[in-house]
Write a protein that binds this ligand. Structure first.
Ligand code: FES
Length: 159
C-alpha cells in the first residue's frame, strides 16, 4: 500500500473525527494519533495542537509518544516506507551486510526520505519473523531471507 501524504485534508476535521471515534481520553491517544497518521500520511504540527487542545495533554508529551511509536511519522514520509529489522537474530544471518547494501542502494540513512519522495528508510526491532531473517518490510509487503543481490529487483517493484 502506498502511503500518501494528504496536504489537502482539513487537519482539524481529521483530528476531531478521530477523537469522536475513540473518545477524548488519554488511553486512546495512540489510536487517535494512528488514525491521523493513516489518513494524512503523517502527523502535522497543527494536528498535535488540536489533539493537545482536545485531550488536554501537553504537546511535548504528544511528541514523545509519537517518536516512540515508529509507525507514527511527525514529518511527511516518502511514497514507500522501507523498514529494516535491526534486531540480533536477523543481524547474525546476514542483516549487517544487507543493511549496508540497502543504505548504499537508496543513498539514505535511517529516518531519511529521498529527495524525489520515493523512499523513506527506517529501522524496526524484531517483527517476529526471525526464522526467515534478514527481513525487510516495504509498505505492507514483508520480504524474508533477503540478500543484497535481491535488493534491486525488490525495490524496482515500487514506483
Ligand atoms: S530479529 Fe528480525 S524479525 Fe526477528
Amino acid at each position: 500500500m502506498t502511503i500518501a501524504v494528504r496536504e489537502d485534508l482539513d487537519v482539524r476535521a481529521v483530528v476531531q473525527a478521530a477523537v469522536e471515534r475513540h473518545g477524548a481520553t488519554r488511553e486512546e491517544l495512540v489510536a487517535i494519533l494512528s488514525d491521523v497518521n493513516r489518513e494524512m500520511g503523517y502527523i502535522p504540527a497543527e494536528a498535535f495542537e488540536e489533539v493537545s487542545r482536545l485531550l488536554q495533554i501537553p504537546k511535548a508529551q504528544l511528541f514523545s509518544v509519537a517518536s516512540f511509536y515508529k509507525m507514527l511519522a511527525i514529518e511527511p514520509r516518502g511514497r514507500h516506507v522501507i523498514q529494516f529489522c535491526e534486531s540480533a537474530p536477523c543481524h547474525v544471518v546476514g542483516g549487517g551486510e544487507l543493511w549496508r547494501a540497502l543504505r548504499e542502494e537508496l543513498g539514505l540513512e535511517p529516518g531519511e526520505t529521498s529527495a524525489d519522495g520515493r523512499w523513506t528508510l527506517v529501522t524496526t526491532s524484531c517483527i517476529g519473523l526471525c526464522g526467515v531473517g534478514p527481513v525487510i518490510v516495504v509498505d505492507d509487503d514483508v520480504y524474508g531471507n533477503v540478500t543484497p543481490e535481491q535488493l534491486p529487483e525488490i525495490l524496482a517493484r515500487y514506483e
